[in-house]
Design a protein around this ligand. Structure first.
Ligand SMILES: Nc1ncnc2c1ncn2[C@@H]1O[C@H](COP(=O)(O)OP(=O)(O)O)[C@@H](O)[C@H]1O
Ligand SMILES: [Mg+2]
Length: 275
């Protein structure tokens, strides 16, 4: 089976400034891949280039083996859905109308709106808990509600590949876990390939099968959280000292930063001093 998305000698950036040069990257099918890296390292740029929202300066992005720039918008939108970082919706647009837009790639002059479209829209709104808010304008919602409405639109698109840029932004802890659980379930039960950017390395570690750590315009390391997340990676990629413990519930690597803060363990105070 073909790799769903691949970067092939990809060079990408803005104007004449390249952020990535000659980048090769392969996303595994049926897994949750998570980009991590410090602010401004190019995670969003890379994700957007994978959805054809940004044109490569050189090289290519292959969607199931085909150069993505040679595919039509509809062909791309049938295969992958993307939730960009900080999306903006037209003033006054209701939640339901936003979510309905996710069905656009499934429509044509031969195939108008069907019962299936209505079902997918309702399903997506219920899964993200915005069904009760469906008649409200998106611009009148709280940041978290708005984020969930956008996620609903991406889910309504019903694609095998789903890209999300920091989907947990603005969400409180409960809703963060709820959305990530939902994505996890979509992956487990329906084998969707999920590619997302998460700024929280601990959530990345808990939900991701495949972590892609970005630094200085290159993939610093890629692999399972267990095999790549350690103090050296966090120091190199985030410039932060930490201890990597084992998550007591999931057994995944859990990063505990040093730095300041109330410390009630005398032994910990000693450990912090020695860093
Ligand atoms: N539209 C743009 N035009 C010019 N530079 C941009 C644009 N978008 C992002 N950049 C720059 O590209 C770099 C990477 O940005 P981005 O991909 O958003 O990083 P990340 O998502 O990792 O925080 C940053 O230095 C940013 O300022
Ligand atoms: Mg970003």
């Amino acid at each position: 089976m073909r790799t769903p998305i691949e970067a092939n000698k990809l060079s990408i950036g803005y104007h004449d400034h390249l952020l990535f040069e000659d980048l090769n990257l392969s996303i595994p099918r049926g897994e949750i891949s998570v980009f991590v890296g410090s602010n401004g390292c190019g995670k969003s740029t890379l994700l957007r280039s994978m959805a054809r929202l940004l044109k490569p300066a050189d090289g290519s992005v292959l969607l199931e083996g085909k150069d993505i720039t040679r595919l039509s918008s509809r062909e791309v939108a049938k295969k992958l859905g993307i939730l960009p970082q900080s999306p903006i919706s037209p003033e006054g647009l209701t939640v339901q109308d936003l979510v309905k837009q996710g069905r656009y790639p499934h429509q044509s002059w031969l195939k108008r709106w069907t019962e299936e479209d209505t079902e997918k829209v309702e399903e997506a709104m219920k899964a993200t808990r915005v069904f009760e808010l469906r008649d409200k304008p998106v611009d009148e919602l709280s940041g978290g509600q708005r984020q969930r409405a956008w996620i609903a639109m991406t889910l309504a698109q019903d694609t095998e590949i789903i890209l999300l840029d920091e989907p947990t932004t603005y969400l409180d802890m409960t809703h963060q876990i709820e959305i990530l659980d939902l994505l996890f379930e979509l992956n487990e039960k329906q084998n969707r390939t999920i590619i997302m950017v998460l700024h929280d390395i601990n959530l990345a570690s808990r939900y991701g099968h495949n972590i892609i750590a970005i630094k200085d315009g290159a993939v610093f390391n890629q692999g399972t959280p267990e095999s790549i997340i350690n103090c050296e990676l966090v120091r190199s990629v985030f410039g932060m000292e930490c201890q990597v413990a084992t998550d007591p519930i999931f057994g995944t690597p859990h990063c505990i930063p040093y730095g300041k803060g109330r410390c009630i363990l005398p032994t910990m105070n000693e450990a912090k001093k020695s860093v």
